[in-house]
Design a binder for this molecule. Sequence first.
Ligand code: MTE
Ligand code: MO
Length: 309
Amino acid sequence: MTPASHEITPRPFFEQRRLLLSALALPAAWATAPAQGKGAPLAATRSALPGALTLDKPTAYSDATSYNNFYEFGTDKSDPAERAHTLRTRPWTVMVDGECLKPRRFDLEELLKLAPMEERIYRLRCVEGWSMVIPWIGYSLSALLKQVEPTGKAKFVEFTTLADKAQMPGLRSGVLDWPYTEGLRLDEALHPLTLLSFGMYGEVLPKQNGAPLRLVVPWKYGFKSAKSLVRIRLTEKAPATSWNLSAPQEYGFFSNVNPQVDHPRWSQATERRIGEDGLFARRRPTLLFNGYADQVGQLYSGMDLKKWF
Ligand SMILES: Nc1nc2c(c(=O)[nH]1)N[C@H]1C(S)=C(S)[C@@H](COP(=O)(O)O)O[C@H]1N2
Ligand SMILES: [Mo]
């Protein structure tokens, strides 16, 4: 047996080479995402982070902006694209507080300049069994969290999104407890792949995709990637999350993509790529941690992933 390449090459070199190869392997047409819609351009440099650039073909812009989950604007996939025009994205501030030494409110204009904007092409896997590939723009959430200096007590991060009846017609329905809230363990929130996103496809985020800023956690089911953030709070205890509150037996706190842990009402073993796999096409296999196991697997070493679903 010949040893695998990672056994004979020191890891940093192997990772750098793999990254270089993956960047070279990207078809030229994907190298710079051209303006696709009517949004203002948002400049970014292609990310150099291991795992940040999937080779999967990006989903068509028209699909990524018309097939959405954003329950504040309704529960049909077409509702956000049809109704989110009422969202006002300026002025916009984000409160970052809780267990930290320097809690404060950040203005959007300040957040846009806080760290260099990177383009990252991530797979997004919805718990409903479909997936997309989106060229996001943003920077690691850790850059913002470091600004407020988390205390030793901080163990989790709570994310709260906008809930304004005047702008969001979906709030009249009781599908979820508003505001929509989500949470991560602090080490997950500080993982470099956890993205604070301000744009996609070379432009600022469309409203239906969570303007003016959202979270993107590529190894977890899509509902962890909260849209239109207004508050980020460091906490000592695990925060309550909207989906866990609504159906705790169906949506756990971790919600890592895992083909071996089924949702109580359906299998998670396979998925349908929007725009590529027709309704009756053979579904493609879902990957552990959505294909990001090399980057994030060690966060969960020793944990029973069936128990901590
Ligand atoms: N505030 C808020 N964020 C949200 C949601 C939502 O309903 N409200 N839906 C989530 C779900 S279920 C998914 S799959 C993704 C979808 O993101 P996209 O529409 O940009 O593809 O957003 C997530 N973020
Ligand atoms: Mo989802």
